[in-house]
Design a protein around this ligand. Sequence first.
Ligand SMILES: [Zn+2]
Length: 268
Amino acid sequence: MSDRRLSTRTPRKRVSRYFGLLFAFIFSSSLSFARVVILDPGHGGEDSGASAFFPSLNKKLLEKDIVLVYAEFLKKALEEKNIKVILTRQEDLFLSLQQRAALSHYWKADLFLSLHLNSSEDPKIGGLELFYLTPNSKEVREKIQKEAISGNSLYKKTPNPSLNSLLTEIILEHSVLSSKFLASKIGSTLEVGPLKEFGVTFRGIGPELFYVLAFTQRPSLLIEIGFFSNPEEREKLLLPEFQEQWAKAVAQGIELFFEEKVQDISLL
Ligand SMILES: [Zn+2]
């Protein structure tokens, strides 16, 4: 009763102004955070990744710590472009590949980027490399399907093996195509920017079997930022100027990807 009385007493103008403000708020928040990117600093906790001794600092540095710094720079650069960013870890924490990928489902992320440093027995090898998920692997298909059946409602709605395998093909084709396109955008902005300026080789874009990319089921890349095993290159990888410019170039590539992406099939 009192509710009803209250509503009849509420002036029409006030109600419409209230809804106007509400819609403006929803609209502006959907505009400002229209895109979601998951950044995954590789390794963490007991898993340190690559390591190298820096004589200038008189200490050993670990891949898991360096990639976290890169993730934070990239987060800042993307947020400046009004892109929402979620980090899989913000501290030195061990996470399984499934846990990392699960965040992209939870946030319905548009993109997933895993950040790593490369390592080789040959200390002369250097350069940045971008990897997307190889589409030519039976193992990848099985992983996608297994993961999807356990966590994806779309698969549960169609408990038909042939439909599920068709869905797997669609997810794979869409995410691999988009990932390659994303890699081309990020690769070109990096190549003419920080890589050129700091003399870091661009090793190119290639398909690779990385399970974390299969688990995400969406456009995703693994970026090997540089070789920690190369003494000259690892010094550059520590430079805040390189880190910042690298982040700005990657963010610009992501922005171009969002602007130029023709199709936006959201299956998940
Ligand atoms: Zn790594």
